[in-house]
Design a protein around this ligand. Structure first.
Ligand code: NI
Length: 169
């Protein structure tokens, strides 16, 4: 596995604001990408990462929530219910957090690393992370969804300590 460079919003790389392409087939190249993304996410202490964040314009996301790792190609929201408002951050926008209102519960479908159809059902943090990552695949950053007046700077070193903050997704 290899650690990949994370594209920052400040790099002004179009990949972060461009709709990513569906994965035609989950092959070894895609599996390697998924594994490298997991390593990169761990290294950066994140709970999620989308392929455009490592400069790959494909619909692939990885997540790690409650000690569970998810590697999903072509994720699609099947259901999005309820509402939660909480602090959110992003590995591509280091040093910033803001409140984002999202669905409390989601069901998403996609392909796992073996190319098999899977469904992920989650609430709370997992639901938030899925929505954040799927947004990345559509070229949407959390800063575009942030509740008015709540975006603020935070010391990067303290990000992880922010009460209730979902940083680094
Ligand atoms: Ni993000």
């Amino acid at each position: 596995m290899a650690r990949l460079n994370i594209v920052l919003a400040s790099d002004h790389n179009e990949v972060l604001i461009t709709k990513a392409t569906r994965v035609p087939k989950v092959d070894d190249t895609v599996r390697r990408l998924m594994d490298d993304m997991v390593e990169t996410m761990f290294e950066a202490n994140g709970v999620g990462l989308a392929a455009p964040q490592v400069n790959v314009p494909l619909r692939v996301i990885v997540l790690r929530v409650d000690n569970q790792i998810y590697q999903i190609a072509n994720p699609e929201m099947v259901r999005c219910d309820g509402e939660q408002t909480g602090l959110e951050g992003c590995l591509s926008v280091p040093g910033m957090v803001g409140e984002v209102t999202r669905c409390e519960r989601v069901v998403a479908k996609g392909l796992n690393r073996h190319g098999k159809h899977v469904r992920i059902k989650g609430d709370g943090l997992l639901a938030r992370a899925i929505q954040h990552e799927v947004d990345h695949l559509d070229g949407i950053l959390f800063t575009m969804r942030v509740n008015e007046g709540t975006l603020r700077e935070v010391e990067v070193a303290k990000e992880a300590e922010e009460a209730g903050a979902v940083t680094a997704v």
